[in-house]
Design a protein around this ligand. Sequence first.
Ligand code: UN1
Length: 506
Amino acid sequence: MATVKKSKNVSVTTYENYMNGRWVKPKSGDYLENRNPADTREVVGRFPASSAEDVNVAVKAAKEAFPKWKATPAPKRAEMLYRLGQILLEQKEAHATAMTREMGKVLKETRGDVQEAIDMTFYTAGEGRRLHGYTTPSELPDKMAMCVRQPIGVCGLITPWNFPMAIPSWKMLPALVCGNTLVIKPAEDTPLSTYNLVAAMEAAGLPAGVVNIVAGVGKDAGAALTTHKDIRLVSFTGSTATGRTVATNAAQHDKICSLEMGGKNVIMVMEDADLDLAAEGAVWGAFGTSGQRCTAASRIVVHKKVYKKFVEKITARARALRIGNGLDPKVEMGPVINQAAVDKILSYIKVGKKEDGAKLHLGGSQLTKGELKHGFFIEPTIFTDVAPQMRIAQEEIFGPVLSIIPCNNFDEAVAIGNGVKYGLSASIYTADVNRAFKAMEAMNTGIFYVNSSTIGAEVHLPFGGTKGTGNGHREGAMISSLDIFSEWKAIYVDYSGKLQKAQIDN
Ligand code: UN1
């Protein structure tokens, strides 16, 4: 990695792609600037604007490394992951600081992001000594039947900017423990955190070619990954629109494809809920990470009996949030990621203001006073009296904008909660255990919480959603993510010494 002089006083680090165990320049020689969304005067680094040619080199390296990595016993593969976990633990604070600088979320949250990658590392490493298949009786005598997991080959991974170390870890680590090699393209807004993860993998001793990183934009490097003939699996997290393109490309080449896309998550606050707890959870779910999580709580459905009181409580909390640069330990909410995000969020606020009946109750503007003018800051924004079919209650905004929807009873809350095209996360606040269980059953989402917000999934449980959120896969938890990153092989051993015919000799 070279450091180039940017101006008189500031030097900016230039990062290269990592392929076949070496850091190499992109063939085009072009780079993208990674700027701090809290203060765009700061360039965090320069990263390759890679092309399909760069992707080809990385895929070739991954393909050549595959046979040896596949033949490496899984417990040995996992030993490298244990070392990786140790390294990440030692580097945690530095990685959290770097992540706040490139992504904007507050330090407490970036520490959580790095910790999620550490959790995933140790958790997955344990799988090196499991990777269980199973044996089962054959229908014929003197015949054994079993299933084993086998690696798939070269995986192409495309990851988003909101969890730039955790989400790459959800994909890379299970891919590696299963014996695959990989090429990852991190989001162009936040490549540094994924680079830091890859550099830690290099330090942990991963052999050349097993892990490769190619930075760049989706339409070049990303698209090339989804269409390359030697990539057998594509795993993508990001917007629903891009996910469809990824899936379409993958289908043309018979690739395995796992998608994790949008959300429009709901918190249902019942009349018997602990309203302080619910308001605290709602603020955390709606405005944590400036609302930029696929699990963010962007809709709150509140029982009419407690509606007014709840709105008062959440407003008081949201109004008190300290907004600014996430490196300041007092700050509770950072910027949004870039100018395009500002434009999109403000346009949704405009749409909400025009909706007949909805009231802009809090916020609604970009913050441009003092130091904030250098970043992409938007006020915590609350719309009240929102109707379930309004666009602000249906579409993913991915920013600090919350819609509060009144409801008459539990059944109506469930119907509103389920009445969107996504199905990632949902939650209910209630003191009634029967109702909590009914909601657990009734909500058509991949994740559900009782008396807790919609965010905060732990790595050892399945992560993903129903309907427009994904295409049926789950990351995180071992069985489900191993099912993404390995293929089953059914093996029959006939020790009868004669020809036995299944389905016929019966
Ligand atoms: C995401 O929103 O894209 O459950 C991932 C959570 C985090 C992961 C979120 N552990 O909120």
